[in-house]
Design a protein around this ligand. Structure first.
Ligand SMILES: [Zn+2]
Length: 316
């Protein structure tokens, strides 16, 4: 009988566990392997290891330091939308490469590689669903897809979703995260800012509610258009929100910017953001805001009339 660990480990389950304990379950190598397997997650802020399942249960917010780890669009939809109510829209829309753009790589190659790697066709998911029983149109950007950059597909999908919401009289929520316009699509990417803004204006003209949620990071052309056009603008704690990067501004102004420059907290202080909402409270906050706006928009006339006469009686 060979005396090595492997053959001993195969003898029984008990031995296998004993073996596992002896080989040092906290060894750095094992830790790194388990992080790579996705079993554990290392907080990018405080470095504490959390079991991925526990972290997901806490909506990817670190229990140790409250750092809001990045979440992908699928996970975000799961967090916000009621189970079995999500109806995705325009999943067939694919980006093209009209300028045949090339930097270090061909844009068409970059697109294909990213699509294969993360299983998304472009940087936004849009659809209709319910949030605690209330219908909404939701768009969620995904930073993994070329830094959440806004190309023609992002613009078109968001525009169609907003138009659909206007037709159905639904509120719109867009969870933003983006490095800005997609430079590989040049002018076509920039014109999405105007297109989405125009759709939002029609939604607003119909007296409907729009809430952007700014997550880390929201920058460039997204900040310069739909991220800042909300009736109520929410942000996640410590999110970086800005237009040009910090370094560019420092070089232009030739002065040092304060530490908290372009953070959600700084923007709240200066009135650009209406509230900072921890992710674990986001669904309920959105529900409350949407519910508050419901009566005026969708309550049948009779109930609305009753509400009005109750108010006037109370005022007398
Ligand atoms: Zn942490």
């Amino acid at each position: 009988m060979a005396n090595n660990e492997e053959s001993r480990g195969l003898k029984s389950l008990f031995d296998w566990f004993a073996n596992r304990r002896k080989s040092g379950s906290t060894s750095l190598e094992r830790q790194e392997r388990e992080i790579a397997d996705g079993l554990w997650h290392k907080c990018s802020k405080c470095g504490v290891l959390s079991y991925t399942k526990d972290l997901k249960a806490n909506q990817m917010v670190c229990v140790e330091c409250n750092h809001h780890n990045r979440v992908d669009s699928d996970e975000r939809i799961r967090q916000l939308i009621d189970h079995n109510t999500w109806k995705p829209m325009d999943e067939h829309l694919r980006p093209t490469d009209p300028l045949e753009f090339r930097d270090r790589k061909l844009y068409s190659d970059r697109l294909r590689e990213t699509q294969e790697k993360i299983g998304l066709i472009d940087a936004v998911n849009t659809g209709l669903g319910q949030i605690n029983g209330l219908p909404i149109a939701l768009g969620v950007m995904d930073f993994r897809f070329m830094g959440g950059s806004m190309g023609s597909v992002v613009g078109e999908k968001l525009t169609r979703m907003i138009e659909q919401a206007t037709q159905r009289r639904y509120p719109v929520v867009i969870v933003c995260t983006s490095g800005g316009a997609r430079m590989q699509e040049g002018m076509l990417s920039l014109m999405q800012m105007a297109k989405i803004s125009a759709a939002l204006q029609r939604h607003r003209d119909a007296r409907l509610l729009y809430i952007p949620v700014l997550t880390n990071p929201t920058t460039g052309g997204v900040t310069a258009s739909f991220a800042m056009l909300g009736d109520i603008i929410l942000a996640e704690p410590k999110a970086t929100i800005g237009f040009a990067g910090r370094r560019v501004i420092e070089q232009t102004l030739r002065e040092k910017l304060p530490e908290n420059f372009q953070t959600a907290e700084d923007l709240l202080q200066h009135g650009f953001v209406d509230d900072i909402v921890p992710r674990t409270q986001l669904k309920n906050t959105l529900t409350q805001l949407i519910a508050l706006h419901q009566p005026v928009l969708t309550t049948p006339h009779l109930v609305l009339w009753e509400t009005m006469s109750l108010t006037s009686t109370a005022a007398e």
